[in-house]
Design a protein around this ligand. Sequence first.
Ligand code: HEM
Length: 526
Amino acid sequence: MDKNLTNQEETASSMTLTTRQGHPVTDNQNIRSVGSRGPSTLENYHYLEKITHFDRERTPERVVHARGAGAHGIFEAYGKAGDEPVSKYTRAKLFQEAGKQTPVFVRFSTVIHGTHSPETLRDPRGFAVKFYTEDGNWDLVGNNLKIFFIRDPLKFPDMIHAFKPDPVTNVQDMERFFDFVSMSPEATHMITFLFSPWGIPANYRQMQGSGVNTYKWVNQNGEAVLVKYHWEPLKQGIKNLLQEEANRIQALNFNHATLDLYTAIEQGDYPEWELCVQIMSDGEHPKLDFDPLDPTKLWPTDKFPFLPVGKMTLNRNPKDYFIEVEQAAFGTGVLVDGLDFSDDKLLQGRTFSYSDTQRHRVGTNYLQLPVNAPKTQVATNQSGGQMQIYMDRAPGQNPHVNYEPSSMGGLHEATPAGGNHEPHYDAKLVHEPIERTNNFSQAGETYRSFEPWEKDELIANLVDAFQKCNSDIRDRMVGNLTEADSEYGHRVSEGLKHAGSSMTSGQTDPEQAVKLAQQEGHEAGP
Ligand code: HEM
């Protein structure tokens, strides 16, 4: 709209409400009816268009990570990975020159509950970044925590079913949660983080991010290294909440993290993160007591230091939440030249799942929406499907040629930008877990690395959760925690013996909430 309009009539006409067919609307308060008391008629075109569009306003929410907030920003490369030129490891163009800027869009999220659920819940936080690079898009779809619950993608739907609300009561249930976790010992490390204060970040700005899975970087000669990605908050630092603090915040505002991000950006207080990588040579590393492809493990930083490669600043809020945030679609398959997959099975399982769900959730042509489309030329020969907006065509392309190969002015293949990375495989096709599962030792190390107050909070939170579980599940959990660290198991077991009477005020008690609401309501009536 022209902000300098002075003529009242011109202003009035440019502000006229119309239908989607462009017809001016002369009455938006009263439907057309036979007399003022009705009945109404079926040719109410404006009403029917308005209500049928409203009826379809929601697309399905994400099956996980439904609650989120997003922002636009810039990634600036350092040109180096630590002290080495980054080109030693990867030829990905976005990292090469110091100061090179790439636009990004980031969506932060919680995982388990629905679109408008509280942002104070104990849950991993999603940290998904879309880089609009000159070679097309790269999505780094990570979480705040550096590890994950499971290592095989076949277990993901069961895990999510156990963590989401019960199919009968529609209420999340710690007994179902820990039924699954106690029988999936590889989750011991993740729940050690999740039930500590690290399980409730104070907001989205003051948390870390991590790609979690192992990827590869490929250099000009086609040589690969294994790589893990981590986002470290810069000036805003890291902050987590105790359960009691989260309870208090939730009572005041259950959207605090979205509001925090939006307000900081509106006020020019732009959050910043440094992107660091950990690098390992490509191989099995049999001397390590864990498998480098196992997403339930940290790579020790004394052996594999964090190497800074660039910095991200979020500096622009979306103009429309639905268009830019709700319809944003990230996936682990979205890589650019110089970045590659590793054989991490969880990563490979994820890569199928994301674009599959997005074709369902957003639609066949979800990649034509502005937030998802790359900022480079797209020329695919793919066309059709619901809501196609334009043809993916090159400017000089013969419009009759939507196939390849062709000698008549169609699209052709690109030449590889460097040597191909071609891993060799010689093994039987099997259903087997990895050999070095080592499910407990890093969980123990993580427990021992916590400060005393973090340990206290972890024990209290687990005792609280286990009180809602049957004795079979409790025993299995105490067994797993004891395998991780005998003090850890012992403290939880002792806590359970003395629990019941000694529930601290900071802990959650869903049944107590039901009773309170019954007792504290004020009678009302006609
Ligand atoms: C979202 C699948 C593991 C991070 C999603 C979605 C699916 C999915 C179907 C919804 C996507 C959409 O509707 O656009 C899986 C599967 C996994 C897995 C099958 C394991 C086999 C992980 C892990 C991480 C992660 C390990 C962290 C590194 C995320 C994030 C989102 C997400 C951040 C939200 C993206 C957004 O903001 O739109 N996942 N996921 N997921 N997942 Fe996963």
